[in-house]
Write a protein that binds this ligand. Structure first.
Ligand code: GLC
Length: 376
């Protein structure tokens, strides 16, 4: 524990230092990750990965890219549900109108000087049933995408599958990679591939990831939403145990929170709330320690494996109070930057928004947490 406290204290010193000397990145080779070169990014969530664009309330607009670039971001991650826009049968041709919409989004990013990461998002059929047919569709999608974009600038990145997991085991994911990476490389040898760890809901699963050597240039990616009781409080799409609202960060709260019934009925969740309500900051499950530990593990993995790492998603829901959101976001960002881990916030203007679409303005506290040293 003493070691942890010292480490957290050191991190805080470095973060404080980082805030006062904004442009400075501390490079300690044995502790820092290999750079992904993606800088600071944001996810254009709930648009092209909805079943149809607009279904989840977000339709991409030219202005989004301009606002994002002007705020000082370097990269946009564009989540895409290709599987909803293909022919039902072999050769699973991607709908041309939809392809043009993706062309347009990439062009918007480029014309605003932003790097663009496109991915395969919400391929639920594959995650629920990783059968040879669905794995074959994943391959067909990548052949078509790589054929279309192989002549594009290298500032376009291909992320093979967002949050592989569910019924895709770590072993199977490695087999899928061993199969599709060479196929993509035979079509497009140059664009950087981005490969995710099995979505471990906060657990490190990078250690089981086997990235094929012929994937280069390649970046590994992971997501971070811990503690879920804070970041996903009241999120309609998660389990009822995350239904308790009013969870602030960091813990402990000024007055104890009473967990919702589903959390009380769950042993682990009720333990979590007991610890959150009572433990001092440095031992609290909603404290600095778990974040530092997770990010340091990722940085070490990157260094040990010689593969750059990217935090492709992290964020907190708008149900949480704003100053807690800013505290958590700022801590994750500065800690990632200390470790040389580039990041992309989830999301731009949906449930975890950094930008308020109705008023067409940034949520200042969140934006300042993301980019404290933004250009004038
Ligand atoms: C994942 C999901 C996305 C969700 C986000 C936060 O990216 O794909 O739909 O909004 O996590 O839960």
């Amino acid at each position: 524990m003493k070691k942890r406290i010292t480490r957290v204290f050191l991190s805080l010193c470095i973060i404080t230092l980082g805030l006062s000397i904004p442009a400075c990145r501390l490079e300690i080779p044995e502790l820092t990750a290999l750079s992904a070169g993606l800088g600071r990014g944001i996810n254009l969530g709930n648009a092209l990965e909805a079943p149809r664009e607009g279904d989840w309330g977000v339709i991409l607009q030219e202005s989004f890219f301009r606002w994002i670039a002007q705020a000082g971001f370097d990269t946009v991650r564009i989540p895409i549900r290709w599987s909803a826009h293909i022919l039902d049968d072999d050769p699973y041709t991607i709908d041309e109108t939809f392809f043009r919409r993706v062309d347009w989004a990439i062009a918007q990013a480029f014309s605003n000087g932003l790097k663009a990461v496109i991915n395969i998002h919400h391929f639920i059929e594959l995650k629920e049933d990783p059968s040879p047919v669905h794995i074959g569709i994943l391959e067909r999608l990548w052949v078509q995408i790589a054929e279309r974009y192989r002549a594009y600038p290298s500032t376009l990145y291909y992320e093979l599958l967002s949050e592989p997991g569910q019924n895709i085991t770590p072993l199977l994911w490695n087999e899928i990679l061993a199969r599709i990476v060479p196929v993509i490389r035979s079509v497009d040898p140059t664009h950087t591939l981005i490969i995710g760890e099995i979505d471990g809901t906060g657990e490190d699963t990078l250690s089981s990831l086997r990235i094929p050597p012929n994937a280069t240039p390649v970046i590994a990616t992971f997501h971070y939403y811990e503690p879920m009781f804070f970041t996903h409080q009241g999120a309609a799409w998660t389990e009822p145990i995350y239904g308790t609202t009013g969870v602030s960060w960091p813990g402990p709260p000024q007055t104890p929170i009473i967990p919702c019934q589903a959390a009380l009925n769950n042993l682990w969740a009720s333990w979590w709330f007991e610890a959150y309500n009572t433990l001092p900051l440095y031992e609290n499950p909603a404290g600095y320690g778990p974040i530092v530990e997770r990010l340091e593990t990722a940085a070490k993995w990157s260094r040990a494996n010689g593969i750059p790492i990217w935090l492709g998603e992290f964020g907190s829901i708008q149900t949480a109070d704003l100053s807690s959101r800013a505290n958590w976001t700022g801590f994750v960002c500065r800690e990632s930057e200390r470790l040389n881990i580039d990041w992309a916030y989830w999301d731009f203007c949906a449930a975890f928004a950094a930008f308020d679409l109705p008023s067409e303005s940034w949520i200042d506290l969140v934006l300042n947490a993301l980019i404290p040293d933004k250009p004038e």
